[in-house]
Ligand binder design. Sequence first.
Ligand code: SF4
Ligand code: SF4
Length: 415
Amino acid sequence: MAKPTGARCNLSCAYCFFLKKDRLYPGDSFRMSDDLMEQYIRQTIEAHSTPEVVIAWQGGEPTLMGLDFFRRSVETEKKYIKPGMAILNTLQTNGTLLDDEWCEFLHENHFLVGLSLDGPREMHDTYRKDRAGRPTFDRVMGAVRLLQKHKVDYNILCTVNAANEDKPLEVYRFFRDEVGAEYIQFIPVVERVSERGFQEGSDVTERSVDPGQFGRFLIEIFDEWVRHDVGRMFVQQFDAVLMSWVRGYSSLCIFRPTCGEGVVLEHNGDVYSCDHFVEPDFLLGNIINKPLIELVGSDAQRLFGQGKRALLTRQCRECLVLFACYGDCPKHRFTSTSDGEPGLSYLCPGLKMFFEHVNRPMQIMAALLRQGKLAEGVMPLLAQEERQSHRREKPGRNDPCPCGSGVKYKRCHGR
Ligand code: SF4
Ligand code: SF4
């Protein structure tokens, strides 16, 4: 993914890890030149022999580049696209600069837009403020309506943080029933206290999600989803985790044995190992001096990706849900196991709880998919199971009535 404005953004969200990154480039204008944009697109297309190529724009806030930059990027893609190849453009945005003209362009060029929204007004506005400290909820909701009006494909990116972690159903139902969204991603805020904004230290800010609460957050939403919404609401974590049950590995890097395929390109051509590791130690090189494909295939990047498996703690290696979790993202591995081994994910307690909780429905959905059926078949099956277990729990006719009357059930509430 590419960051055409580097870390620059028109908002100042309290938990944003990007904003401190501009210290890596003091005095820089933080604008990708057209020459570099062309290099990025050409090199990305040339490096692919797959039928689809993703050109991903991320920030900071990429819309600060202005619409014409993206018009030129689409023209550049047409110049280099190979026969039979399709290009999917994605744009991650806070939405506040979108208008009708933007949305017409996004629709015409089939962009997939990721929009940041942290739930209902009060929760969203806790941390997502502009540079003047003003709330942004109304502006983001305005963007949602514009995207919907122009039929732009979008998904919601919702961070899970101290302000919304204990209201999972409120958040989920807001997206489903009020926003009308169908695609949602939940991203845990795990923000380490570091002046430099690097992945260092083991203290987290008070805005960070509590590990156990993150598990409960996902579980409550999962229980609602798996009973009512499979096949009509798409929660990235649930789909990605289902793949672990279906084929043995997830579609999300954080839950895969190794990673390292998602490098990030800065506005000046510098390439880093991952969006979460834009730090000098993880700088692979610059695409002006070395082709992108060589940087992605470099030994340094291979070591980075394989480190995810190589550095698993013993607790993870012996964990029953390792196949689904794989120790989580290395950026979260700054706590210790019960016997003191460092390198355990901060989110481990919540992730373990979640993976254990979803095991049975995941097994059912995986079996359905293997039989060529739809995963939504899980909903009537679970409803039937619950009816049967409810019947089993019903007291016998001669048992004492559970209402506490001391009378036999058949003569009391069982009548
Ligand atoms: S460090 Fe984390 S986010 Fe980055 S590629 Fe690896 S698993 Fe994915
Ligand atoms: S649940 Fe915890 S112990 Fe198990 S693999 Fe994940 S991080 Fe490791």
